[in-house]
Design a binder for this molecule. Structure first.
Ligand code: ADP
Length: 366
């Protein structure tokens, strides 16, 4: 029989704590180890380092990952370097400060991930328009562009300014049509982010969750990096998500990927709020007819099979792309269009599913 996760947690901590960092001190002594999360034998944790130290800690990170993975009952281990600016060895009483507690998110009622199994399905476009439609319902909304490999929010919201920094390192989100927007694209050159390795990506996402003055929000939408790797899983776990929305195109291949997305959130007990089928059909300019260019309806079947709602079907329409490219999302630039109406309906369903008194654990309900 496999060992229970809490037992593995203790074993991993004991084993990894003895590994020495480049400073010669055992990892367990320096207060650098985060909470160790184990789910169904899969382990995740961070080692806190400062950005200047990151390269020298790679060997210790890798050794910790190997040591954790070698423990009988651990099926996989993902160890990330969490590079924060002031990560000088923490005080001993902070030794197990969990990577899961972010005071900056204390007044955020719900965090909702918008995810897709693969890139290019319109996840960011959907996330942006859903955020604006939620705002249109009179809610206080933020959007975090966690798609580190291809940050789209600066373009989608037409924002070019740099966020101001308050205090030592807290970033103030920019305002995009009344939605608080934060993107790695505001602070890092896109070409640089593209070459980041997994651990740095996780560190960057963690910083954006922790070091941004989100203030009170009803919903924070997180535009997730595409795919279902360990970075996504760790993010799903750490952000204490209220739920996830999966975006898929009708093609079967994308649906297989979408299924992986659903499975990933279920693995960490994050409720799936529903599936959005994007580029679902095409309405011809000339004849005004609806053309189902791909085998339409795949998402409806898949949603029914998984027992999650199909939140809506968004047409493939060049105007959506054109407006997105121009920083004029369709929900604000064409509020009377059927597309905006669909996004509003999706937002209403999301809010309805989040509403009944549920709140992220630890978040202050106002
Ligand atoms: P992802 O975040 O999944 O990589 P994006 O949101 O960046 O995808 O969208 C990829 C491209 O498809 C963008 O050029 C975007 O403008 C376009 N696009 C997204 N949704 C639609 C749609 N419903 N109709 C037309 N173009 C779309």
């Amino acid at each position: 029989m496999s060992k229970p996760d809490p037992e593995l947690q203790t074993e991993i901590r004991t084993r990894v704590a003895a590994i020495r960092g480049p400073d010669g001190a055992p990892l367990g002594d320096g207060g650098r180890l985060s909470e160790i999360i184990v789910r169904n034998g899969r382990a995740y944790f961070f080692i806190a380092v400062s950005p200047t130290e990151a390269a020298s800690w790679e060997a210790a990170r890798s050794a910790a990952q190997v040591a954790a993975a070698e423990i009988a009952g651990v099926t996989s281990a993902t160890v990330s370097l969490n590079a924060e600016r002031s990560a000088a060895p923490a005080k001993p009483n902070q030794a197990s400060a969990p990577a899961t507690s972010f005071p900056a998110l204390a007044a955020v009622r719900h965090i909702v991930a918008v995810a897709s199994g693969k890139g290019g399905v319109g996840k960011s476009t959907t996330a942006c328009n859903i955020a604006l439609a939620l705002k249109g319902l009179g809610l206080q909304v933020g959007i975090l562009d966690a798609d580190i490999y291809g940050p789209s929010m600066p373009k989608l919201f037409g924002l070019r300014a740099k966020p101001t920094v308050i205090g030592e390192r807290t970033l103030v989100p920019l305002d995009g049509y009344g939605v608080k927007v934060m993107s790695i694209g505001f602070v890092v050159d896109e070409a640089k982010a593209l070459v980041w390795r997994g651990p740095m990506v996780m560190g960057a996402i963690t910083q954006m969750l922790r070091d941004v003055a989100w203030g009170p929000l009803d919903v924070l939408i997180v535009d997730m990096p595409p795919g279902t790797g360990d970075a996504q899983l760790t993010m799903a776990q750490n952000a204490h998500l209220s739920g996830a929305v999966i975006v898929s195109t009708p093609q079967d291949l994308a649906l297989i990927d979408a299924r992986k997305g659903v499975a990933m959130f279920q693995q960490v007990d994050v409720p799936i709020l529903g599936i959005v089928e994007n580029m679902s059909y095409f309405v011809c300019d000339e004849c005004g007819k609806r053309h189902e260019i791909f085998s339409h309806g795949g998402a409806a079947k898949e949603a029914a099979r998984l027992g999650v709602p199909l939140l809506g079907e968004i047409a493939l329409d060049p105007i959506i792309r054109e407006r997105s490219d121009a920083g004029l999302p369709i929900v604000v630039s064409e509020p009377d269009s059927p597309h905006a109406e669909t996004y509003r309906s999706i937002a209403q369903q999301i809010w309805a599913r989040l509403q009944p008194g549920r709140s992220r654990s630890g978040a202050a309900v106002r």
